[in-house]
Design a protein around this ligand. Sequence first.
Ligand SMILES: Nc1nc2c(ncn2[C@@H]2O[C@H](COP(=O)(O)OP(=O)(O)OP(=O)(O)O)[C@@H](O)[C@H]2O)c(=O)[nH]1
Ligand SMILES: [Mg+2]
Length: 257
Amino acid sequence: MDSEHFEARMRGQEYFHSLRLLPGAWCIVRVDGRSFSRLSETHFKKPFDAQFQDCMIAAARALLEEMQGLYAYVQSDEISVLFRPEWNLFDRCVEKIVSISAGLASATFSLAAQKAVHFDSRIWMGVDTESIVDYFRWRQSDANRNALQNWCYWTLRQEGMDSHRATQLLEGQSATTKKDLLAVRGIDVEALPDWQVHGVGLAWEVYTKTGFNPKRNEKVQTTRRRIQVIASLPRQEAYDSLLLHLVAAGELGPNCA
Ligand SMILES: Nc1nc2c(ncn2[C@@H]2O[C@H](COP(=O)(O)OP(=O)(O)OP(=O)(O)O)[C@@H](O)[C@H]2O)c(=O)[nH]1
Ligand SMILES: [Mg+2]
């Protein structure tokens, strides 16, 4: 067999490497920490840890910057990053997008936490802006549910209940019952930090930088971009408006943050 034929046969068996994102589709990459329940049990404060959150934000920032994303949403151990329909990084190669996003999130979180961790990665595609709003609303509802569940679970555990019993007791309970369980213990869900209950957004903002031109001996103003962390995301229709603005403009307007 000649070497050219051999090369082509071997490459052909990299079967999934030719798979591309649909042309013209919006793409969201979601990375999720692997076995973070076990990791966070031993390494982080329960139910939520500000240091854990800082590591997640560092990973989200790296994904936005390195992969040229438009918006990132962080909740629990997951990060969703939105990319434009015309985004062409890695020639839209699915294998590259999932492996590099997972690698980047893993490396950044590990360095920030000083502990080796890894993330998986998956791709969501949508053809219109309404479905993008639906997607982020979906992840935010998951954040709401997770926060309530985790607060209840860890409150019971900290009272001495074992893992099996706490899980069993919360199984199938309504949000109202869970809120009541916390309320009688003096925990008001409405007063919990926004980042725990609603997640955090990261988006590009435009700002004006004032420099100095020594040749002309005068001040000069230039426009730059930087990532802003939106620690307190708007809710419901106001969140929809923010997302639609980002989708249309690609960055936060002066009145949006
Ligand atoms: N201690 C602590 N745990 C957190 C924090 N944020 C998220 N977690 C935990 O991270 C886990 C995320 O859930 P999952 O992604 O479903 O669980 P997982 O163990 O990572 O499982 P896989 O993703 O399937 O590998 C939950 O157990 C959360 O309690 C935090 O700030 N502190
Ligand atoms: Mg996970």
